[in-house]
Write a protein that binds this ligand. Sequence first.
Ligand SMILES: C[S@@+](CC[C@H](N)C(=O)[O-])C[C@H]1O[C@@H](n2cnc3c(N)ncnc32)[C@H](O)[C@@H]1O
Length: 272
Amino acid sequence: MTAPFGPARPFVKWVGGKRSIIEPLLARLPARMDAYYEPFLGGGAVFFALTGEHRVRFAHLSDANERLVTTYKAVRDDVEAVIALLRRHARLTSKEHFYRVRERLNSGRLDEAQTAAALIYLNKTCFNGVWRVNGDGAYNVPWGHHKRPYVPDEDGLRAASVALAHATISHREFDATPVDPAGFYYLDPPYDATYAGYSKDGFGPEAHERLADWTEKLDAADAHWLLSNADTPFVRRLYEGRAIEVVESRRTVSRSAAGRGTVGELLIAPAA
Ligand SMILES: C[S@@+](CC[C@H](N)C(=O)[O-])C[C@H]1O[C@@H](n2cnc3c(N)ncnc32)[C@H](O)[C@@H]1O
């Protein structure tokens, strides 16, 4: 069956998006998965790439970011309403409109479709396409001064909606994901940043340890998994004894010394 709106792809730009290592990742994931779990969904690059190749029969997608999860649900369940709202944002787009939408998103008074349209519009027009919240959980990324006007990718959203039709979408911590012996889990936590002296998205060393412990539960149930993370001594230590491979990826390391360059990433799987 050919997809009526073309292949689905991420409709938000997300930090840690896996497009830069998608080929080696896809090569290591099974050809066909009856129950695919992705508990750190983010922009969903891996899920969408897999659905494009018809490799997933049913998916269980989740993330700890509640507004991101609401956005996926609205795109799955009510994509035309989201598109209609995005057309309106596109008509009104300006610096002032951006800040009005940001305030509305943070007010918590939007319904699902409105939340989705606000998040997608802000993601496409903010500075650098990042999601960042302050201590109170308020989204606080500034306007991006883009030169080209914002145009919603309507068929891209419809394609995503079709891909999401065979998925549960949940707001939860990764370790609240059911352990399913017949499941395959792709685990993509925020990168370990212990080397840089800060924790990304509040995902610090304890969270990485908690995740490593949780993979032992998956092993105990005989569930299969693949995990990606930065190539750091801490991550290598956490997964010692597992099957660890290094893949090269082009992504931004930092704005200063290293600049944009090639960084090693680790793909980790249960011990052979
Ligand atoms: C590296 S990103 C995933 C990127 C994704 N694979 C992609 O290609 O766009 C990590 C995601 O984990 C989520 N996250 C952070 N802490 C979490 C937790 N404790 N439980 C579940 N999800 C979490 C973040 O909201 C973020 O969306």
